[in-house]
Design a binder for this molecule. Structure first.
Ligand code: PLP
Length: 478
C-alpha cells in the first residue's frame, strides 16, 4: 500500500535554514575523537550535498580512526589462531589473547573474571542465559531492550535449563523501582537480576551500585546490559560489584563484529555452551564430550580475531581520554539537544523517571500529530540527518511511555559535533512550522521521498537504495 504525506500549504516559504533557537547562541562543541566518516557528505533531495549528521550512535557508532588504523596495521599479520603452528599464527594468537585482556581491563574486571569474545550484546546475553545453574530464577525489569528480555524468556518458555523468569514492572520513580526490586528479591529467591546499564530509549538507568547492593543482599547475582553504558560512560565491574557485563563492539566504535561478556568464572566454566563446535572442547568421543573451561568453552568455531583486536583498540582509545571527558562531551551535547527540542512546538522528550541520574547521550522524542517515520525520512532527505524511528527493540517500554506507535531517537557520541545537534533542532522547527518540502509516501511500511532523484554514492555493490531501505525499515516498527 502507498500512502502519500500531506504537503505543507506554505511550501514555497520553507527555508532549510534553522529558525532562531536557544542553541544558536551556544559555543560550538567539537568531536572528542576522530571517527571514520565524520566528514562524509550525503545528497539531499534539493540536489545539494551536506556532511552527514550521524545522530544514531546508540544503534551503531562509526569506527574510531584509531580503530581503522589498527585494523590496517594488523591485517598483514593476520593468520589462523590457537592451533596454527606458523609464525603469523602465533602472532595473531598473541594479539587475540592480548585483546581479550584489554577488553577485560576496560571494564575493570576482577582478577578471576573471564572475558568471552562474543558477536555482540545479544550474543553475550544469550550465552549467559544458557549457563545459569539449573533451577536458577531470573529477575528482569520491563524497560529492557529485547536483547535483555527475550533470552531470559526463551529459557523460561523452553524450560531448557529449568529457569523461571519474572518481569518486574518499573515504578514511577527510580526510588520506588528500587524498593519494588528489593521487595521482590526479599519475597523470592533469584539467581540473577539482569538490568540495563543505560536505556537505549532514554539513556536513563537505575544506579547499578544500588541494584548490586540489593541483589547481593538477597543472594542474587547482577548482570548489566552495557550495550549503551559501556560506550557512553565506561563501566567498572570492580567498582560497581556487578557480576557480569555484556557489550557490543559496533556500539563502542569498533564495528568489526565482536562484542564481549565479562564476569564471574564459575558459571561460565561449568555451563553448557549454547554454541557447540571445534575449539570449545578438550576431547570428543562418540559417547561423550569434554568441554574446555571458559573462555574457549564459549568460543566454538574460528574466533573473530580482527573484531576482538578492533574492540580492544577502541577500549584503549576511550580509556586514554582524560577522566570525565567522555561524560562531559555527551552531557554538553545532550543538554543542548534536550533544551533545543523542548523549544520546538509539539515536540515532547520522553523520560522514564523524574529522579534518574543524568542519562547518557540518547534522547527519544515525539512530534505531536506527526508520524515518526515521516519525520525521520524528512530529516534524512532534506537535512542529511540520520536518526532512528520506531520502537527501538524495547516494545514493552515504548507502550509504557505511551509511544506504542513509535518515536524518534537521536543519539550522540565521541564523534558528534554540536553542529549535528543544532541542525536537528533547526530542521524540526522548520518541519513543525512549514511541513516538509518534498512529498513522502509509505512503501512497504517505510516512509520514502516520492520519486527520489538523489544520486547514489559511488561505491562498489551499491546499485539502488529504495529496496534496501525498505528491507531495513520493514513494517514491524521494530
Ligand atoms: C541497551 C541495549 N541492549 C542490547 C542491545 C543489543 O545490542 P546488539 O544488537 O549489539 O546485540 C542494544 C542495541 O541497540 C541496546 O541498546
Amino acid at each position: 500500500m502507498t500512502v502519500v504525506a500531506e504537503l505543507s500549504p506554505c511550501l514555497e516559504a520553507v527555508s532549510s535554514g534553522s529558525p532562531a533557537s536557544a542553541t544558536a547562541a551556544l559555543a560550538p562543541v567539537e568531536p572528542l575523537l576522530p571517527v571514520v566518516g565524520g566528514t562524509t557528505t550525503v545528497p539531499l533531495v534539493d540536489g545539494t550535498q551536506r556532511v552527514y549528521a550521524n545522530l544514531d550512535y546508540a544503534a551503531s557508532a562509526p569506527a574510531l580512526q584509531a580503530v581503522a588504523d589498527r585494523v590496517t596495521e594488523v591485517l598483514p599479520l593476520y593468520a589462523s589462531v590457537h592451533r596454527g603452528a606458523g609464525y603469523l599464527s602465533q602472532v595473531s594468537t598473541a594479539l587475540y589473547e592480548s585483546a581479550r585482556q584489554t577488553i577485560a581491563r576496560f571494564v575493570d574486571a576482577r582478577e578471576d573474571d573471564v572475558a568471552v569474545v562474543t558477536r555482540n550484546t545479544t550474543d553475550a546475553l544469550n550465552l549467559l542465559a544458557g549457563v545459569i545453574p539449573a533451577g536458577g530464577r531470573v529477575l528482569v525489569l520491563d524497560l529492557e531492550h529485547h536483547a535483555n528480555l527475550l533470552p531470559w524468556l526463551r529459557t523460561s518458555d523452553r524450560h531448557a535449563h529449568g529457569h523461571r523468569t519474572t518481569i518486574l514492572p518499573i515504578a514511577a520513580t527510580v526510588a520506588a523501582t528500587l524498593e519494588s526490586l528489593a521487595a521482590e528479591l526479599a519475597a523470592n529467591p533469584y539467581a540473577l537480576v539482569t538490568v540495563s546499564g543505560a536505556s537505549n530509549v532514554t539513556g536513563e538507568a537505575l544506579p547499578v551500585e544500588r541494584v548490586v547492593e540489593i541483589a547481593h543482599a538477597a543472594g542474587a547475582r547482577v548482570a548489566v546490559d552495557g550495550a549503551q553504558l559501556v560506550p557512553h560512560r565506561g563501566f567498572s565491574l570492580a567498582a560497581t560489584g556487578a557480576d557480569y557485563v555484556a557489550f557490543s563492539g559496533h556500539k563502542t566504535y569498533a564495528p568489526f563484529g565482536a562484542g564481549a561478556l565479562v564476569g564471574r568464572r564459575d558459571w561460565l566454566d561449568s555451563g553448557t555452551p549454547y554454541l557447540a563446535g571445534g575449539g570449545a572442547v578438550r576431547d570428543v568421543r562418540a559417547d561423550r564430550t569434554v568441554w574446555q573451561p571458559a573462555p574457549a568453552r564459549h568460543e566454538a568455531g574460528s574466533p573473530n580475531v580482527v573484531g576482538a583486536i578492533a574492540l580492544a583498540e577502541a577500549c584503549d582509545a576511550l580509556a586514554a581520554l582524560p577522566a570525565g571527558a567522555l561524560a562531559a562531551h555527551e552531557s554538553a551535547l545532550r543538554s543542548r539537544l534536550v533544551e533545543g527540542l523542548e523549544q520546538v512546538p509539539g515536540v515532547q522528550v520522553v523520560r522514564i523517571w523524574p529522579d534518574a541520574d543524568e542519562p547518557v547521550g540518547v534522547v527519544t522524542f515525539t512530534v505531536a500529530d506527526h508520524n515518526p517515520g515521516l519525520v525521520a525520512a524528512y530529516l534524512a532527505a532534506e537535512h542529511g540527518i540520520g536518526v532512528r524511528d520506531g520502537r527501538f527493540c524495547a516494545h514493552p517500554l515504548l507502550s509504557r511511555l505511551g509511544a506504542s506507535e513509535g518515536a524518534i531517537r537521536a543519539s550522540v557520541g565521541v564523534g558528534t559535533p554540536s553542529e549535528a545537534v543544532d541542525r536537528l533542532v533547526g530542521a524540526l522547527h522548520a518541519y513543525v512550522a512549514d511541513g516538509p518540502r518534498s512529498r513522502y509516501e509509505v512503501v512497504d511500511g517505510c516512509w520514502a521521498v516520492v520519486d527520489d532523484t538523489r544520486p547514489l554514492i559511488e561505491v562498489h555493490g551499491l546499485d539502488h537504495l529504495a529496496a534496501t531501505a525498505a528491507a531495513a525499515c520493514g513494517p514491524a516498527l521494530d
